[in-house]
Ligand binder design. Structure first.
Ligand code: SAH
Ligand code: SF4
Ligand code: F3S
Length: 440
């Protein structure tokens, strides 16, 4: 068998897509961890910010040597940068053989064969209508699964490239989704994350009437499922029905990622987000009321065009009021084809960097406080593997998605364990395994 090396950048959707790439190529290629022995080297790319794109271009440049040493190597770029740049990538990288877009994964075997025959292949059509979407096959003894429930995005937030590189929103039929999950559970899997750019609009356009909370109810009822998560939920479409599912569905974990982006109404409007800070805070309050202990995380952008110090102060204020347990924050980065990139009053890099540093310092305080409240509690951890930094320790997650490291035997991997939480750090917690009581 020939060898495939796969490098993945970007979000969970890209991780799921990469798994699918390996799957559709499995008849001819086995995965390798060693780039040097690859016959096929694929880069699955992210275009969300310029830095993400630059990483891809610099990796691509650095592969010239490998291609020289292994002239038979087929080098391909897929994902969001491929979709955005198409043919232009062939011009910047003369050693590149293959460019494939976000809708072309199922055609990879044919494209790779054409590239092996000496052609330079570019396929970046964004066709409406779901292409044949192969059902996922799971590896032996899986623990967690990323299950894509919809593609694309129709929201056109003014800063965001995703609708341009992922195409129009489309939902997968529920029967296909549950069949994929049933296979995963039959193989012993424990946790499922349902993926879409905007899961709250799941079901639009399907022949059978179904909402996202309906889908959650169906999946939650499946035999053997320990944990259910989803990402990402748009605040505008977060319904009362969805809020109530957190209490009603036992596998659904007490964690919601609810990207707010800004705390200033003027900026939210310019971002085309479709909600105000008041509406957002009201939804957070309702969530905390109906599901005490829920962990709410968010995404924030600083330095959107024309953002003033007063707008930024509104963001800091909203963070404190929402008391986020975790926040992912970014400097605004102008993206091709987006409306915000054409706005006047783009802010200097130093202003963005300085605001980002202030915001992150504030969030670190909030996160440490939230973690501190957990110390002394005993909670359920799904053990995912050995800790990367300290291999004598196990690493897993709480239902609220916090990372926990603790010493324990390897046979716990893939199992639920009770862990007494002893120490809080900004990005993780430490704990002690509470051993199962001996069976009489
Ligand atoms: N579909 C998801 C977001 C996907 S992108 C959602 O709507 O929540 C992930 C995050 O990247 C966004 O929430 C936003 O905070 C950030 N992001 C997107 N475009 C950006 C840009 N041009 N500059 C900086 N950050 C950006
Ligand atoms: Fe981008 Fe907005 Fe769509 Fe999220 S909802 S992917 S931020 S356009
Ligand atoms: Fe990046 Fe594409 Fe995901 S732009 S964030 S990999 S949808």
């Amino acid at each position: 068998m020939k060898k495939l090396y796969l490098r993945t950048f970007g979000c969970q959707m890209n991780v799921a897509d990469s798994e699918l790439m390996a799957q559709v190529l499995a008849g001819e290629y086995v995965l390798t961890q060693q780039a040097e022995e690859a016959d096929l080297y694929l880069i699955n790319t992210c275009a969300i910010r310029r830095k993400a794109e630059e990483k891809v271009l610099s990796l691509l440049g650095s592969l010239k040597g490998l291609k020289k040493r292994r002239p038979q190597l087929i080098l391909g770029v897929g994902g969001c940068v491929a979709q955005q740049e198409g043919e232009r990538l062939l011009a910047v990288a003369p050693h590149l053989d293959l460019v494939f877009g976000t809708h072309g994964i199922y055609r990879l075997p044919q494209m790779v064969r054409a590239a092996a025959a000496g052609r330079r292949v570019v396929e970046v059509d964004l066709k409406p209508g779901l292409p044949p979407w192969p059902q996922r096959q799971w590896p032996p003894k899986p623990v967690k699964a990323l299950v894509t429930i919809m593609k694309g995005c129709d929201n056109f937030c003014s800063f965001c490239v995703v609708p341009h590189v992922r195409g129009r929103e489309e939902s997968r039929p529920p029967s296909v989704i549950t069949a994929e999950i049933a296979d995963f559970l039959a193989a012993g899997g424990k946790e499922v994350t349902l993926l879409g750019q905007n899961v709250n609009s799941y079901g639009r356009g399907l022949p059978e009437p179904i909402t996202f909370p309906d889908l959650l109810r169906r999946v939650s009822a499946m035999e053997g499922l320990a944990r259910l998560r989803f990402a990402t939920s748009h605040p505008r479409d977060l319904s009362a029905d969805l809020i109530s599912t957190f209490l009603d569905l036992p596998p659904l974990c007490e964690h919601l990622h609810l990207p707010v982006q800004s705390g200033s109404n003027r900026i939210l409007k310019a971002m085309n987000r479709g909600y105000t800070r008041e509406q957002y805070l009201e939804k957070v309050a309702r969530l905390r009321q109906s599901c005490p202990g829920i962990h709410i995380s968010t995404d924030l952008i600083v330095g959107f065009p024309s953002e003033t110090e007063a707008d930024f102060a509104h963001t800091l204020d909203l963070m404190a009021k929402a008391a986020f347990d975790q926040a992912f924050s970014f400097k605004y980065s102008p993206r091709p084809q987006t409306r915000a990139a054409t706005l006047p009053d783009q802010l200097p890099e130093v202003v963005k960097a300085e605001r980002l540093a202030r915001l992150q310092a504030r969030q670190d305080e909030l996160t440490i406080k939230a973690h501190g409240r957990l110390v002394g509690q005993t909670q359920e951890v799904l053990v995912e593997g050995l800790s990367k930094r300290a291999p004598e320790q196990l690493c897993g997650r709480l239902r609220t998605n916090r990372v926990v490291n603790f010493p324990g035997p390897r046979h716990l991997v893939g199992r639920l364990a009770q862990v007494h939480l002893t120490e809080a750090h900004p990005h993780s917690l430490k704990g002690r395994w509470v051993e199962d009581p001996p069976t009489p």
